[in-house]
Design a protein around this ligand. Sequence first.
Ligand SMILES: Cc1cc2nc3c(=O)[nH]c(=O)nc-3n(C[C@H](O)[C@H](O)[C@H](O)COP(=O)(O)O)c2cc1C
Length: 161
Amino acid sequence: MINPRTFRDVLGTYPTGVCVITSVEADGRRHGLVVGSFTSISLDPPLVGFFPDKRSSTWPRIEAAGRFCVNVLGAEQLELCRRFAARSDDKFAELAHDHSPSGMPVFEDAIAWIDCRIEQVTEIGDHWLVVGAVEALGKRDEGTPLLFFRGQYHDLAELSD
Ligand SMILES: Cc1cc2nc3c(=O)[nH]c(=O)nc-3n(C[C@H](O)[C@H](O)[C@H](O)COP(=O)(O)O)c2cc1C
């Protein structure tokens, strides 16, 4: 039997970037969810993935929309990260953003964005595995990513000094 606290502590030593998965439903409502589980999966065909918790209230809305955009957060976007990691009826209130080619929210300071159509959703334990087919993507040439490691946020610039 694996102790849940030990599981979290040990897996928390694996550093991740931080992304906001954004989407817009047919009625125009915008949704967003912070994930550390984003990963590149395949180049041919181009596929990426992430793992939303089955308890997420935002994921079913994104699934209904059928598509999403991954916003890779920069080190200066901690406030944005906190906003999208907390439960709220309108995480986008008073928030300016651009749009991906398919109309998904893209944050100006994101260091990369990846526009996807939902290709596959598979039940895995207490999470879903979501696979997205990449339809468009782009990046900024500057900026360091926001990192998450041992339960805390870090800036790559601070680590490389
Ligand atoms: C650094 C970080 C990484 C996270 N990674 C994930 C993740 O991979 N999958 C997930 O479902 N939730 C993840 N979360 C938690 C969700 O962001 C949070 O539970 C969710 O936004 C709660 O609101 P919701 O009900 O709107 O989904 C993460 C949170 C933080 C702060």
